[in-house]
Design a protein around this ligand. Structure first.
Ligand SMILES: Nc1ncnc2c1ncn2[C@@H]1O[C@H](COP(=O)(O)OP(=O)(O)OP(=O)(O)O)[C@@H](O)[C@H]1O
Ligand SMILES: [Mg+2]
Length: 261
């Protein structure tokens, strides 16, 4: 469905993402994990057309779309839910949703209304507040609205950037359940997350981005079990073991000094 081939992109004079290749097949959740500043958001922006591609290809449904406008990409079934929610705080929840629907002109007015009704059914918390300004919503509710707005265009592939960021553990679980539910309905999702553990746990496959380069790829479960991933992204393994050993050595040295007294 989506094939990114040796994509290079960035801001100003500097490239941030270097020759990244990845693939998302129909109906898959693909996790893109990486540390703060690795280039995850930058890569997503190039896929949705918010940033120009400097090299390489973005192929969607077999067609090269690297030169296609962001709006046209939405029309073709590719929606991007950006990092940090970016809902229009002064507009009502309903208007925020309409904006998502309007992004896809292939949908007629009736179809958009149908879609709004579907969003209300899926997100009762939004349905109850349709006429309130989006700024009144809590962080978790705003994330729901951002996702619902993305869904209004009826995407077949959803680019989701850090949906769990800044949310309480309970809400984070809710977001991951929602993402798994979208896959169950046949949607493909490219999920960029710093929360490597939970995103790899639900992902069919995953990619690890380090300093703008894809350094590792594999099945979600395989990456979860990979010692390198565990050490760098799950907070377990060598690094902690090393730290623990260091602390033990320090303690022993201190104990030694005490005993010498
Ligand atoms: N608008 C911008 N202009 C210039 N440089 C930028 C811009 N946005 C991001 N960068 C730089 O690009 C690099 C990658 O940033 P990016 O936001 O893609 O990382 P990320 O993996 O999404 O990180 P995070 O997990 O914090 O969201 C960083 O060095 C960042 O400073
Ligand atoms: Mg980011």
């Amino acid at each position: 469905m989506l094939e990114v081939r040796r994509l290079t992109t960035g801001y100003g004079a500097d490239a941030v993402v270097h020759e990244a290749s990845l693939e998302v097949r129909a109906g898959e959740i693909v996790a893109l994990i990486g540390a703060n500043g690795a280039g995850k958001s930058t890569l997503l922006k190039a896929i949705s057309g918010l940033l120009p591609v400097r090299g390489g290809e973005v192929v969607f449904d077999g067609e090269q779309i690297a030169g296609v406008s962001p709006k046209e990409r939405v029309r073709r079934g590719l929606a991007h839910v950006p990092e940090g929610r970016q809902v229009f705080a002064g507009l009502t929840i309903e208007d925020n949703l309409w904006l998502g629907g309007n992004a896809n002109r292939r949908l007629g007015a009736e179809d958009s209304a149908q879609r709004l009704a579907e969003m209300c059914a899926r997100f009762p918390v939004l349905a109850e507040r349709l006429l309130l300004p989006a700024g009144n919503l809590s962080g978790g509710q705003q994330q729901m609205l951002a996702i619902a707005r993305g869904l209004m265009s009826r995407p077949r592939l959803l680019l989701l950037d850090e949906p769990s960021l800044g949310l309480s553990p309970l809400l984070v679980s809710g977001i991951f359940r929602l993402v798994a539910g979208l896959r169950a309905q046949g949607m493909a999702i490219l999920l960029s997350e710093q929360n490597a553990r939970q995103s790899l746990a639900i992902a069919d496959r995953g990619y690890v981005l380090e300093s703008g380069r894809i350094v590792l790829a594999g099945g979600g479960k395989d990456l979860l079990d990979d010692p390198q991933v565990a050490e760098r992204y799950l907070g377990v393994g060598k690094a902690q073991a090393g730290q623990g050993a260091g602390e033990a050595a320090q303690l022993a040295a201190r104990l030694g000094k005490i005993l010498q007294r």
